[in-house]
Write a protein that binds this ligand. Sequence first.
Ligand code: HEM
Length: 438
Amino acid sequence: MDSTTSSRSAWPGALWASWALGCGLKRAGMRVGARRGDPFARLEFDPGLRADPYPGYEALRASGTIVRGAVVSGTVDHAACSEILRSPAFGVAEGDAAMPAWLRRLRRSFLTVEQYGPLEPPSMLAVDPPLHTRYRRLVTRDFAARSVAGLETRVREVARGLLDEMADAPGEVDLIGAYAGRLPVAVIGDLLGVPEDRRQDLLRWGDGAARLLDPALSWREYQEAIDGVRQLQEWFGGQLDRLRRESEDHLLGRLVDLDGPDALTTHELRATGLLLLGAGFETTVNLIGNAVGLLFDHPEQRAALRDDPSLWANAVDETLRFEPPVQLVPRQAYEDAEVRGGTVRAGTTVLVMLAGANRDPEVFADPGRFDVTRPDAGAHLAFSSGAHFCPGAGLARLEGRVALEELFARFPDLRPAGERVRRPTRVLRGWGRLPVAA
Ligand code: HEM
């Protein structure tokens, strides 16, 4: 039965039940695990490691290639991460690799489709081939048809408009609210045909929805996240109805117009639209914010970029390596699998620690040093690898480079102007507030 019509999802306590079976169980288990020293639970609950997870990743590196925790395993080994992400023996397990299938489905039956976030099928992030191949082909075919390079003029125009507004604002400005958050939402908003007056709403709802990537939210956090998702889904529902009546020439409009064997259902279109929208801005905001924070902390790197602006593209990759916006992706072994000479048993959940792999000394010399001239910075795994490799990587690199070039060209003396505050998310890592003065 489709979950829209599920009687469980109509029950007043349904949302709480979905939280309890998903986040609640994990939260309780991880709290106990953190007290007992489980390395993965500590990354979730130890306040020091939440602020700076890198010592936690190094402890994992010292413990072995694939480290087994009480409930999940994980790896920060670059070669093992690549192998797992490319191997057909591992998959995304319907977006919740840390749960048995029956529990995952029971939990989902308490949700209506309007409460489905980016990790519920049919979101591309939550399905394996062959279904995944079908959705992915429809999106990447469209991306490939319209060159990313062709978007540069538009990205630069948006960046300059936002910087004009910043220049007019007196005193201190929060760079995330004024610039780093608004640029990506404007770009993905153009691609999906989102009217300008709705973009701030989408940003707010998307911030809520992004929290669903974290596994062990509190009940209050979960309600806020689901509320953001529901508002996004409702907005997409209305938008799709409109696009069915009158065609529009943008990515979402073209997906709605597909017919024959390529045609997508309303549910599939909503999931794809929601994912593209969220993935399009919830990550790139962190890339821009993380880069600015790192350049404030490393004035000599900023000086190198001032002397040679052709280094900006590499500085973007070095930021993605050093402090990736997506810290980890989970996978489940569907069968016994050989990884780097060891066996991962069927059913094991492996946390593929992209951020840890990006500091693997077997791949990167002196990996703890932020260096915008690093020749192999692009060997990072910040965009994942294999079947789910980020289809927006080219666009994200373009947005990051143009955003930073324009920002530092307009405000060469940009400086920090107060305390930076991290976003509350853990899987997504970035600044929620970054006060600056020009
Ligand atoms: C700095 C910015 C970005 C970062 C760090 C990033 C990172 C990632 C990562 C790590 C994944 C793979 C998740 C996995 O393996 O399970 C992914 C998937 C995805 N990203 Fe990005 N992304 C960024 C920007 C974008 C943009 C701008 C778009 C859209 C225009 C986008 C669209 C997607 C989509 C649709 C997927 C799902 C692909 C699939 O499951 O096959 N991303 N991204």
